[in-house]
Design a protein around this ligand. Structure first.
Ligand code: UGA
Length: 434
């Protein structure tokens, strides 16, 4: 099949690359000429394990190409995916100006039947709006489909190639036939392609993210209860996770959810509920809990140092919002850093991938280590903010040599409490007794 993908951000690049991998011819379109030049010359613009190899191969074999020209990019495409940004606009509602702007241009450019697909996370009713905008200018036949993406950063290729389900919102049989064919290679294991109306597909995406965010905030509150009541959240987590109705996954407490999706989507769903006159109370609480969870370690650190943080040096492991990504959007580490800087702390941070992005944002307001041990030199304490695998199994001899104070505040529970006690560390984590 011939496919166009408008927008070469995270979702667009993964979508384009993975569709080319299954034999389609894919043209990715972006207005950013520098990015298109880089991608065309084989330089990948995002960090995502496993993607680069597929990207290089499909580029070389001519199934994947990049252009800045919408007219050129869509000319022979049967399906046009819109993978455009939908940043939070005023009052937390998703800003649709990119999506509707491209829809308007498509209205001028379409000259035969094509399927236009919303791949970005967009509010309920967006497919109708896109259809309306195109139909103002183009009077021929076309379909607008909602096909939300459920991939996670860090495991995006696997999630895309082997999805738990594919959600296709369209009532057009012609579009359904095309999508059945397009997704056939991805659902070989028997995972379902779920056809539904556009609005249900749009809401399903928000509902999935909001439910997962709810699970996290719920566990973060259980963790706080564990601390107050003398229980251990790992035990509680295992006990409840064994119930299949609850499930084992996504029950890990920590310093809150971050990233480009959960915070934005929970806010947008709460906002669209308010717009239709329904106060979505659970989501208000989920957001509230997450806000306080991001800086939840700071009062603990304050207590430990009896309120005297001025001039101390604190090491920080992890800046990305989660492991295996360089993405720092809404990363809890950034909130911790701001709170510590406000107290006059010197922050010395290390992250395997995210340091260039943080340097761009914070410059030399903090300092950056060459590895996870170098930041421990003379540190009064260590905070762990992201559970990168390299932090889970450090060389404890090296760590001991660099880190005389041996005080750890672990926001991601990467170590076991008895292990750290045996090694002589003062160790506080989330929802477990020190
Ligand atoms: C999330 C969803 O998981 C994807 O299904 C969805 O497609 C994507 O958003 C999106 O809408 O584009 P992602 O933001 O990449 O994916 O990250 P997750 O792996 O879901 O983690 C989100 C946050 O939750 C991270 O900050 C992570 O540390 C936190 N988390 C996750 C917990 O605190 N506890 C857990 O048990 C799981």
């Amino acid at each position: 099949m011939k496919i166009a993908v408008v927008g070469t951000g995270y979702v667009g690049l993964v979508t384009g690359t993975c569709f080319s991998e299954t034999g389609n011819t894919v043209t990715c379109i972006d207005i950013d000429a520098r990015k298109v030049r880089k991608l065309s010359s084989g330089e990948i613009t995002i960090y995502e394990p496993g993607l680069e190899h597929l990207f290089q191969r499909n580029l070389k074999e001519g199934r994947l190409r990049f252009t800045t020209s919408l007219v050129d990019g869509i000319s022979d495409a049967q399906i046009i995916f819109l993978a455009l940004p939908t940043p939070p606009g005023k009052d937390g509602a998703a800003d649709l100006s990119y999506v509707l702007g491209v829809a308007d241009e498509l209205g001028n450019l379409l000259d035969d039947y094509k399927v236009i697909v919303d791949k970005s996370t967009v509010p309920v009713g967006t497919a109708d709006k896109v259809r309306e905008v195109i139909a103002r200018k183009y009077k021929g036949e076309f379909d607008v489909v909602s096909n939300p993406e459920f991939l996670r950063e860090g495991v995006a290729v696997d999630d895309f190639m082997k999805p738990d389900r594919v959600v296709i919102g369209t009532r057009s049989e012609r579009a359904q036939r095309l999508f059945r064919e397009l997704y056939a290679p991805f659902v070989r294991q028997g995972n379902p392609v779920l056809f539904m109306d556009e609005r249900s597909a749009e809401l399903a995406k928000y509902a999935a993210n909001a439910f997962l965010a709810t699970k996290i905030s719920f566990m973060n509150e259980i963790a706080r209860m564990c601390e107050l009541l003398g229980a251990d959240v790992d035990m509680v987590r295992r006990a409840i996770g064994s119930d299949e109705r609850i499930g084992k996954r996504f029950l890990f407490p920590g310093i809150g959810y971050g990233g480009s999706c959960f915070p934005k989507d929970v806010q947008a769903l709460a906002r669209s509920a308010a717009e239709v006159g329904y106060p979505f109370r659970i989501l208000e609480s989920v957001m509230h809990v997450n806000e306080s969870q991001k800086v939840y370690l700071v009062p603990k650190i304050m207590d430990y140092f009896k309120g005297r943080l001025q001039g101390r040096k604190i090491a920080l492991w992890g800046l990305a919002f989660k492991p295996n990504t360089d993405d720092i959007r809404e990363a809890p580490a950034l909130y911790i850093i701001e709170a510590l800087l406000a107290e006059g702390v010197h922050v010395h941070a290390f992250d395997p991938e995210a340091m260039p992005n943080v340097r761009q944002l914070l410059g030399d307001r903090i300092s950056y280590g060459t590895d996870q041990y170098s930041v421990l030199e003379d540190a009064d304490a260590l905070i762990i903010a992201t559970e990168w695998s390299v932090f889970r199994t450090p060389d404890f001899e090296k760590m001991d040599a660099a880190f005389a104070q041996k005080v750890i505040f672990d926001g991601r529970n990467v170590f076991e409490v008895p292990q750290m006690q045996a090694l002589g560390y003062y160790y506080e984590s989330v929802g477990r007794q020190p």
